[in-house]
Structures are given as C-alpha cells and as structure tokens.
Design a protein around this ligand. Structure first.
Ligand code: 5AD
Ligand code: SF4
Length: 438
C-alpha cells in the first residue's frame, strides 16, 4: 500500500521569480509525495517563499510565522520552512528568532529540497543557503507533472542574480552573481510549456536583459522563441537601462509576438542621486533609450520603479524625479520609500527623515496614478487583442490581459480561456478594463 500523500501549503511573497520558484519547488516536492493544499491548517509542510527587498517585506515573514504557531501547536508533526531571499539573507538566524522553523532554504539550493525534507522526516532541522556550483535548474523537475495542462500565461526564468550592485539593493547578495541558463534548456522548457497549452511566456530575470549565454543574447532568444508555433506572446522582466542594447530595442519594432510593454526601472530622475545609487546612467540616457523604443514601437507602454528618500535626496533631486515622470508618461509604475538594507553600501548613509519620505512618496504616487488612470482611459473605445486567462469575479465573466498587461474583464464562455480575442473596451478603472467581445 502506498502512503497517503503529504500536504504542502506554499505562500509566495515578492517578485515573479518567487512565483516561478514556488512552482518549481512544488514540482520537486510532488516527486516526494507532496500534494498541494490551499489550506495551511491541513498541511504537513508549510513553505513561505519570502522577499527581502525592503524591510517591510522581510518583517512580514516573521509576523506570518507568528500566526502559524497555533497550527504547530495543534499538529506537532507539521513542518515549517522558509525559502527565498529572507532565507538566503538571514540563514540560521531565522530559527534563532523563530524556533518553530524547521527548514531554511536559499534560492540557489531549491533542487536540494527533496533531500532536506528527508532530514525533516527524521526529526532533524535542515538549513541550506549555499551557492552550489551545479545549476539548480538542471536538477529541478518541470513545475507540474508530465503532460499536465497549464494556465495560458507562464513565467520562465532565463537568468538569475545581479552584478549591478545598486547601492540600495540586496539582490546581488541574496540571489548572487548573474547566471544565465543555456539557451537550449530555455527553448526546451518553452516548447514544453507551449505543448501544455501556454500561449504567453514572460521571460524572467533579476537583470533579464543582461542575459548572455555563449552567443545568445536576450534579443536573439526572443527572436528564436517567436518561431515556436503556438506561442503567441512574449514578455520579459526586469530590465536595467544599461543593458537595453540596439538589438533588443530593434526587436520591439520587428518581433510581432513581443508585447508593447516594458518595465524599465529608473529609480530616480536626479543625476546626483543616480550616481549615489551607483546606477551608472543619467536621466537623459534613460530618456534616449525610451525615445529609441518609441521610434520603433510608438504604442509601447512604459512601466518603472522609483525610490524616494534615498540618502542625500534633496527637494531639488525629488523635483527631478517628478519631472522625469512627467516627460515619460508612464502607463504604470511602482514607487517605494527607501528602506535601508543591512549589508548594502547605502545602509550607513544619512537617512532622509521618515515624514519627508512619506510626503514625497505621496506626491509621486499622485502623479503616477494620474498617469496610469489617463493611460487606462485612453483604451476606451479601442478594440484590443486580449488573452483570456481565467474566470472573472462575476459569473459568466472571464479575465485576461491586453497587450499592455492591463487586466481586462468581459462576458465570455469558459471555452475561450487560452484564446486571444478582440475585445472592445467600454470602461476603465484604475487597475482594470471592462470590455465586450468584438
Ligand atoms: N528600498 C526601497 N526600494 C527598493 N527597491 C530595491 N531595493 C530597495 C530599497 N532598499 C525597489 C527598486 C527595485 C524594486 C524591485 O524594489 O525600485 O527596482
Ligand atoms: Fe538590485 Fe540594481 Fe540589480 Fe536591480 S539592477 S537587482 S535594483 S542591484
């Protein structure tokens, strides 16, 4: 008789790479007899896949762990694991702070999870935050069992880590140096995804446009992926301005399957702050790149990330950030108060007072949300090709994505999930569009 499946509950925080990694971990643990549950209370193993990018994100993990205490009290056999960037950054310290944790696994060691769960079964704790020489992607099974159908849009990690060392950022420490996966593996994974019903792939990397494997660049990879029959949409994220080479810009004008949306963080509009952040480019250089992109793809929608209140940021510097946003006109953007991260170069620098940060963030977000609303409104009356992805909130409704990554709701039969259909946009909210099949 085979043992009943053990139940695995995974909670994912942070970026899309964590979403992808959670799927891969689920796949690796499925091979060990773990079945996914949506209920933490019925789980034998709870994995928190964590984010360390800002203090708030990291602290969330400890409050969640605190909330898991009663579950552990009710079920002494329950095992609790912390994965992701908090695991990498804090290692064994997590167990010291929260002794109910049984397992700590860093992002480069996920392929060792099966062996680690074996240790758990023997009543031992397991910690692995090494950067092993072997490539974990070679050792992790595909995200789901063989031949399983997939949702129409999928992530595919092509590159991990970062060598840029922006002065505020923990990523080079938690995810390590830039490593690109071999093109052949990526193409095989993409083919497999498409066979399982995927029509849109988002290529992921902390520095995705720095992708380089032998003669392969991101642009070449995109052109090759575009040749896969059945794959209809390609996206990539996140990019650094300094790696937007001519070929990649050109791809936006020539590869039809490459969607007209680009997330290109600039962080600040002040050259003084950009230099202090070690971004190695100016505001003008950023505008030049966007100008070239818009020349080849006039409707490209732009998204960015901003940090306000970086150490030393003056009112004048902040005004330059507002000016940059006005000149760009973002379709969508994320903005954050600077959060000091232990071990990063900016951590010791003199902080901007909290109330100043809050006030600047508010002004920036007011501007960015006005731009986002304007972009949303401009879609009304247009007919957009929408990839229908899943049931919407209301019965009879499906929700999908426009080429510009906007959520679009419309009445449609479930049989259309996975198809790209023309939708006439009739209404626009701040975060989604409403339309009808055209
Ligand atoms: N404080 C605030 N925001 C940060 N980001 C990265 N590090 C920090 C930090 N220490 C933001 C950047 C980055 C995004 C993923 O998170 O804007 O692009
Ligand atoms: Fe962090 Fe800068 Fe690397 Fe982006 S480019 S991951 S912000 S260090």
């Amino acid at each position: 008789m085979t043992a009943p499946p053990k139940k695995l509950f995974v909670k994912t925080y942070g970026c899309q790479m964590n979403v992808y990694d959670s799927e891969r971990m689920t796949g690796a643990l499925a091979a060990e007899g773990y079945e996914v549950t949506e209920e933490a209370a019925s789980a034998d193993l709870i994995l928190l896949n964590t984010c360390h990018i800002r203090e708030k994100a990291a602290e969330k993990v400890y409050s969640e762990l605190g909330r898991l205490k009663p579950l552990k009290a009710a079920n002494p056999d329950l095992k609790i694991g912390v994965a992701g960037c908090v695991a990498q950054a804090e290692g064994a310290e997590i167990i010291r702070r929260q002794p109910l944790v049984d397992l700590v696994v860093g992002p480069q060691a996920y392929h060792r999870l099966p062996a680690m769960t074996a240790a758990l079964a023997e009543g031992r704790r397991a910690i692995d935050t090494e950067f092993p020489v072997e490539d974990k992607s070679d050792h992790l099974p595909p995200a789901r069992g063989p031949n399983a159908r997939r949702a129409p849009a999928a992530f595919l990690t092509v590159q991990e880590g970062c060598d840029k060392f922006c002065a505020f950022c923990v990523v080079p420490y938690t995810r390590g140096a830039e490593v690109s996966r071999p093109a052949a593996r990526i193409l095989a994974e993409a083919e497999d995804l498409v066979e399982r019903g995927v029509v849109e792939i988002t290529l992921l990397g902390q520095n995705v446009n720095a992708y380089r494997a032998g003669d392969w660049t991101l642009a070449r990879l995109i052109r090759r992926l575009a040749k896969i029959d059945g794959l209809q949409r390609i996206r990539f994220t996140t990019s650094h301005p300094n790696d937007m080479d001519d070929d990649l810009i050109d791809a936006h004008g020539t590869v039809e399957k490459l969607m007209p949306y680009l997330h290109l963080p600039v962080q600040s509009g002040s050259d003084r702050v950009l230099a202090a952040m070690n971004r190695k480019h100016t505001a003008e250089a950023y505008h030049q790149i966007l100008g070239r992109l818009r020349a080849v793809r006039p409707d490209i929608a732009l998204s960015g990330d901003f940090i306000v209140g970086f150490p030393g940021e003056t009112e004048e510097d902040f005004a330059a950030t507002l000016a940059l946003c006005r000149r760009v006109g973002y379709a969508q953007a994320y903005s954050f108060k600077y959060s000091s991260r232990p071990g990063t170069p900016a951590a010791g620098r003199e902080a901007v007072p909290e109330d100043v940060k809050s006030e600047r963030l508010q002004r920036l977000q007011t501007l960015l949300s006005a731009q986002q609303t304007a972009f949303q409104q401009r879609q009304i009356g247009r007919v957009l090709p929408v990839l229908l992805e899943k049931p919407g909130r209301e019965p009879g409704q499906l929700v999908g994505r426009s080429p510009y990554l906007q959520a679009v709701h419309c009445a449609a039969p479930p049989g259309l999930i996975g198809q790209i259909v023309p939708v006439e946009i009739v209404d626009a909210g701040p975060n989604s569009l409403a339309g009808r099949l055209h």
